[in-house]
Write a protein that binds this ligand. Structure first.
Ligand code: ACO
Length: 399
């Protein structure tokens, strides 16, 4: 049931809903989730079909435009994205301002925010053409920004985008090629897995980071600054930082013999089982199912026998049959297996959340576009004040 806020306000009330458990802040036509059934649809299409049959740029087109592209539209869109992969040469200098051991998410926040300095004057967010080119620029440039945030922290020269490669191939090329090895060949199995990981993270309706982008955007702020705000919100371990936290947790547990003891700690609420639980899904996260399948494929193709995967499977098995998890409807989420695949691809742990940010940029900007395509209100939540009642000021020498 939906209660109209105007009725609530007319009665002189407002709702108290910390964490927005039961409050919708907008209407949207982009993504549908049925958390009880474990369903995720983008513009009506099930995520498993998109992950299996579409490539990431097709999904980007779908999220941005509302329909899948035909062959001509797909070709045109791909070309448009390729045309915008380069960063202004001055953007490179922003990287030098960071400590070399900075977390790449800190670099991402800074550099994406800095794009607002390059695209601000003359950018009219009320102009649909300006909004459209903003979306293209962001989707095109974010792999370059992400790969360079890695290259900077390891002290290697930046690799320029290669526009003859697919979106995922180009990203892996910029991550792993060096000037001494420009003939670096991207493994097609890894490129396919990377593309699928991008697709699985492309959008997820009003999560914390997307809501942050909408909230910042509702003030009419520069869109690149809004996306930087989304990146900041994504960073935390309760959201996008969970994929990094899962691998740290697996490292700490160490081996299968320690799983039972770890689970006791979880049940005593001393630690959380990272990669488990979700605000909306009270069933399997449909993305986690595809992720597990991709994980199996990648490890088999690379001939990797990862003990961390065995550990993750043991954790999953125990959790799914344990009363604590059953009672609370806690299932693996998208991040439970993504870290293991990213590790197999050779992505360092600190970059996991960056990959999430890269993939989610299209979701954020689709929501920003949707918000700006119709009348919208500035986001301004109310609060339940619990502080002191009115009192008179007392001078410092009389306190
Ligand atoms: N491990 C152990 N217990 C958990 C976990 C977990 N991962 N998640 C929730 N619980 C327990 C809570 O302690 C709580 O128990 P209680 O009812 O006895 O108090 C109950 O389950 C409900 O949990 P809440 O924290 O109220 O659920 P909420 O919707 O607020 O939080 C969240 C969801 C943040 C995702 C949480 O499940 C969590 O922290 N998970 C681990 C981090 C993680 O994997 N995050 C990624 C989310 S998906 C994404 O952003 C891509």
């Amino acid at each position: 049931d939906v209660i109209d806020v105007k009725d609530v306000l007319a009665q002189g009330h407002f709702t108290f809903d910390p964490g927005f458990m039961a409050t919708a802040a907008c209407e949207s036509k982009i993504t549908f989730i049925d958390g009880d059934k474990g369903v995720l649809l983008h513009r009506g299409y099930p995520i498993d079909q998109l992950a299996e049959k579409a490539d990431y740029l097709e999904v980007c087109y779908l999220l941005l435009h509302g329909e899948l592209p035909n062959a001509e539209q797909k070709d045109e869109f791909d070309k448009l994205v390729r045309n915008h992969t380069m960063l202004h040469d001055q953007v490179q200098r922003f990287y030098n301002g960071f400590r070399r051991d900075a977390h790449p998410m800190a670099v991402m926040c800074g550099v994406v925010g800095a794009l607002s300095a390059f695209y601000h004057d003359g950018l009219d967010v009320e102009n649909p053409k300006h909004r459209e080119i903003t979306a293209i620029r962001l989707v095109a440039k974010i792999p370059t920004i992400a790969a360079w945030s890695y290259k900077y922290t390891i002290g290697q020269p930046f690799m320029y985008p290669r526009n003859d490669l697919s979106y995922a191939e180009n990203f892996l090329y910029m991550m792993f090629a060096t000037p001494a090895d420009v003939d670096y060949k991207v493994n097609p199995v890894l490129a396919k897995a990377m593309d699928r990981i991008f697709t699985l993270h492309a959008d997820h309706e009003q999560n914390a980071s997307t809501s942050t982008v909408r909230m910042a955007g509702s003030t009419g702020a520069n869109p690149y600054a809004c996306i930087a705000a989304g990146i900041a919100a994504l960073w935390g371990p309760a959201h996008g930082g969970a994929n990094e936290a899962v691998l740290k947790m697996l490292d700490e547990i160490g081996s299968v013999e320690n799983v039972a003891e770890f689970m006791e700690k979880v049940k005593r609420k001393e630690v959380k089982l990272m990669g488990f639980g979700h605000r909306v899904y009270k069933n399997f996260d449909p993305r986690a199912k595809v992720m597990k399948q991709t994980c199996d494929e990648v490890l088999a193709a690379l001939g990797i026998n990862d003990p961390q995967l065995a550990l993750a499977m043991e954790l999953e098995k125990i959790a799914l049959s344990d009363e604590y998890f059953i009672k609370r409807n806690l299932y693996p989420n998208v991040d439970f297996y993504s870290g293991i695949i990213l590790k197999a691809i050779g992505i360092p742990t600190a970059m996991f959340t960056v990959i999430f940010a890269l993939a989610r940029t299209v979701g954020w900007i689709s929501h920003w576009l949707e918000m700006h395509s119709a009348p919208y209100k500035i986001a301004r939540p109310r609060q339940l004040y619990t502080g002191a009642t009115q009192r008179d000021f007392v001078k410092v020498d009389q306190r």
